[in-house]
Write a protein that binds this ligand. Structure first.
Ligand code: PMP
Length: 422
């Protein structure tokens, strides 16, 4: 019988020594009421919580798990480097090898700077774009997430309007809205952040329009402003190159993180020769930005990305999950919107404006061993097999059946009611 007694005890202890019991989106604050917060183990496609419950995990650590938790070859690379040295007075040769590997794989990239988090990579991109021509205005799509630094955190407590004074927002996939923002920036237009596709929380995902992407590129060139693609979440789940390479648009800068070391803490900023001088002029660093173990993990992850059929497999598994889940929903009398790339599915219920069915669905699935999200895109990893999807569907059948039977009495989650527009 599923229980979260140990986890509840840990959450209570955490509330005493950690503000709100946990920070950021790794907090379960937005998840259904009984969602466990703490995990003791992860292997392949599976997670175990503090009570020993096992989950087939569709969140993949919010992205980093691309090849399977503890993928054996990556794990071996980690252990080999660990025995030699990790955080040293300077980087290991692996830093050069990794920069060479990335610039060899990512068409637009001529250089790399490594860091630890996606937000560090996006902040470095912002500063580089401003340093390029000494301009200030940065354009961003409304609602897009690029990290939790003062200029981009979604909850601005403790930040100043000045932190965002030179940011201009436009609508994703809307070239007219982008052109208006450019006009507003005038001769102070430094650069624009583009998400590979629209992957905001609580909303359907939309793929970029090729014309929009090409238009953004052209307008940036006309103004000598830098185009930045924030690949932190989507990296290597759509392509072995930058995801916009598929639609033929090369940015000047791209930000990477999450999957880069298959879970090891490493991220990076990549750039082209046009942006090299600006990137060389800014001062950026961190005590752990040189650590060799995450770099060795990343080097091995990139080799597996190049040399295995992981991408074809996650597309196949993602397609199977999408088709079967939508079909299953219809069998139980529900409409599902399953949007975005199949390897990063967002699953929302039709006619569910306060997300009550989505929350109940995820909660029931979690209690039966499938970790899903009712508000955030999920992720497929390469360790998943058709058997795992069959298992997930057995669990989702229980969850659909539960809502069908309790349709009239399911209540909206009190936690998210406060967040919804009134
Ligand atoms: N950009 C995007 C698109 C992201 O999804 C995230 C993380 N969810 C970030 C930046 C920030 O990455 P990190 O949490 O590693 O700072």
């Amino acid at each position: 019988m599923w229980s979260n007694a140990q986890d509840s005890a840990l959450q209570e202890r955490a509330r005493a020594v950690i503000p709100n019991g946990m920070w950021g989106h790794q907090s379960v604050a937005l998840m259904p009421e009984s969602t466990p917060q703490f995990f003791t183990r992860a292997q392949g496609t599976r997670l175990w919580d503090a009570d020993g419950n096992e989950y087939l995990d569709f969140m993949c650590a919010y992205g980093p798990n691309l090849l399977g938790y503890q993928q054996p070859e990556v794990q071996a690379a980690i252990l080999r480097q660990m025995e030699l040295g990790d955080t040293m007075t300077g980087p290991g040769p692996v830093a050069v090898e990794l920069a060479e590997a990335l610039t060899g794989m990512i068409t637009h990239a001529d250089w790399a700077i490594f860091c630890k988090s996606g937000a560090e990579a996006t902040s470095m991109a912002l500063v580089t774009a401003r340093a390029h021509r000494g301009r200030r205005k940065i354009l961003l799509a409304k609602g897009a997430y690029h990290g939790a630094h003062p200029w981009n955190t979604p909850r601005p407590a403790g930040t100043l309007p000045e932190d965002r004074a030179h940011l201009i927002y436009f609508d994703y996939n809307d070239l007219d809205s982008f052109a208006d923002a450019v006009k507003q920036a005038g001769d102070d237009f430094a650069g624009v952040f583009a998400s590979p596709f629209r992957h905001d929380t609580f909303t359907d995902q939309t793929l970029p329009d090729a014309e929009y992407a090409a238009g953004v590129r052209r307008i940036c060139d006309e103004h000598d402003a830098l185009l930045i693609v924030d690949e932190v979440r989507a990296g290597f789940r759509l392509s072995r190159d930058l995801s916009w390479a598929e639609i033929g648009v090369d940015p000047d800068l791209s930000c990477w993180g999450k999957v880069l070391g298959n879970g090891q803490p490493i991220s990076c900023l990549l750039g082209n020769d046009k942006a090299r001088k600006a990137a060389g002029s800014i001062f950026v660093t961190g005590s752990f930005w040189f650590s060799a173990v995450p770099m060795a993990a990343a080097l091995e992850t990139l080799r597996l990305i190049r040399e295995t059929d992981y991408l074809e497999r996650i597309r196949e598994i993602g397609t199977m999950f999408r088709q079967r889940l939508v079909q299953q929903a219809a069998e139980y009398g529900f409409g599902l919107r399953h949007t975005g790339p199949v390897t990063m599915p967002m699953v929302l219920f039709e006619d569910d404006p306060d997300y009550r069915f989505g929350y109940r669905f995820s909660d029931t699935a979690m209690r039966h061993g499938a970790w899903l999200s009712p508000y955030h895109n999920m992720f497929i990893n390469a360790a998943m097999t058709p058997g795992d999807i069959e298992r997930a569907l057995e669990i989702t059948a229980i969850a659909f059946d539960d809502i069908r039977r309790n349709r009239a009495s399911v209540q909206p989650s009190a936690k998210i009611a406060a967040l919804l527009p009134r």
